[in-house]
Design a protein around this ligand. Sequence first.
Ligand code: WT7
Length: 649
Amino acid sequence: MPDIDSVLQENRSFEPSEAFRAAARVGDRAEYDRMYRESIDDPDAFWGRAARELPWIKPFDEVLDWSEAPVAKWFGGGQLNASAVCLDQHLTTDRRDKVAILWEGEPGDVRSFTYAEAHAEVCRLANVLKARGVGKGDRVAIYMPMIPELAFFVLACARIGAIHSVIFGGFSANSIRDRVLDGGCSAVITADGGWRRGKVLPLKAVVDKALEGVGGVHTVFVVKRTGNEIAWDDARDVDALELAKTASVECAPEPMESEDTLFLLYTSGSTGKPKGIRHTTGGYMVGTYLTTKYVFDLREDDVYWCTADVGWITGHSYIVYGPLANGATVVMYEGAPNEPHPGRFWELIEKHRVTILYTAPTAIRAFMRWGDEHVTKFDRSSLRLLGSVGEPINPEAWMWYRNVVGEERCPIVDTWWQTETGGIMLTPLPGVVATKPGSATLPFFGVDAAVIDEEGNELGANLGGLLAIKRPWPAMLRGIWGDDERYRETYWSKFDGEYYFPGDGARRDEDGFFWIMGRVDDVLNVSGHRLSTMEIESALVSHAAVVEAAVVPRPDELTGEAICAFVSIGPGAVASDELAEQLREHVATEIGKLARPAEIRFADALPKTRSGKIMRRLLRDIASGREIAGDTTTLEDFAVLDRLRSDAE
Ligand code: WT7
């Protein structure tokens, strides 16, 4: 596998402290090994027991039915409701008056909700949805800032059996429209705006634009957060909080079949069109419940903070469903990490006595750059466990996270997983696994992972290959909305149904630890967010000046990867800084600011093989190998590459 050379050699290893181990849920290596063995040798027993920790409305008859592989059925015959798992079950316990959500807005406003209060809010909003005719099986798009109502509306949808499709607040009107149309959404939930870096993000205006000419949406529920001026369509728009005031605080949870769809979440693949990843109720709840409990070693008095946005899978699984199913106190923060100062995260941790922090390598690297003093001036003694997710964490950032943030006291769980996997797949259990900087270590319970070559043969220690998962797991995706063939094709066809193929390269070291080496397909990972090169290319080509575009990643110290676009332009167009800026803005309008290329490089023509394929590997090398050209007007001259081209063929 010439593409995947493992170069990283990291030999440091960190045992959990005796104090952490002694208090951990799993603190004994032999017990851990026994649990893992059981989860693989007798998954029915293992998952059946885990599932019975949740409050089922009707018990399941069967743990797993894999007869229609690769579409798994978990906990068949069972009925449950995800919002009741997250809320109602706690109301008859001491957790009733425990804080469920502790929220802080960017301007510093704080709101907190006990489990009883969160339950009432969710019921009110569920009744608001119902009153406008939203019901079981309807798809509802949610485009919101990180405010408590985002979590409440997600749970309100789950409560009435409506399928939520959350769209991250950084996506453009076009991206919203595509998702609303693909999912056949009949309602949209949004806010007037949200706070980001001291400014109002005008979310309602973006939704208005997205819905121009879209016929199927009967209601837009608007939460007033920022009070900015917004357009109002009396027939379509309703003030959600105004209606909630008079709505009942009771709403019976809809009994859902275990395999009923809970939500769609769109993610990019190696084609131009995002996929609506479909997750169902029972397996997803069991998976997120159990991973949260063990990976974060949750205790009753923890104050748990995952800094992701609910617009991504991390927020679905580890802000809303997993932690609330466990009855945790969840911190939620609306704004930017450096607003109004670069120590905001650490200030929040000091103020709310956060014990568990789950964040992304790109944020860790930003804090490293901003300087230790912004971290160390706040008291982090409440922290006991740190987590990382979204992209490979470089050992330098890992060590900084451990030493500076965690004061060498807190174990780090580097968790590898995907939108598709629903929950964490590779991770240390913090009480028993000695961690190595940069490794996601070992498979979670029930996960049978391997590193294989292109033929599907398992590779020996330290050989780079493809990460593969051998059997179904409860929180796995069940398909792609409206395109089940694409589900089979993308994830299961590479190895004839024998393995789930996530699209990542990896190696396994002599201790069996997994080291993720990044994507092997045309997927970019910018700041832990997944973007498709083809999607960005088609956005570029939709601009009148562009004839052809090739998008490749180049390594970036802060964002992991940065987007570099090679563009050839038509005869009427002139390569200039202005055009480059226009193209960057064009991509931002088409997809969202998160997809805006860091660099545009103009070329006469793109280098191609004789069969006409763009030589991306070459472009990747060029993009990575050179300093950013200050002057974008220079045309790349690929004529000099002719010789290389013939070498490559
Ligand atoms: C891709 C999934 C999982 C939620 C956030 C991203 C990369 C994710 C890690 C990690 C190395 C990681 C992979 C994966 N990734 N976590 N701990 N170490 N790589 O979800 O947008 O579905 O992206 O993110 O490449 O395939 P996503």
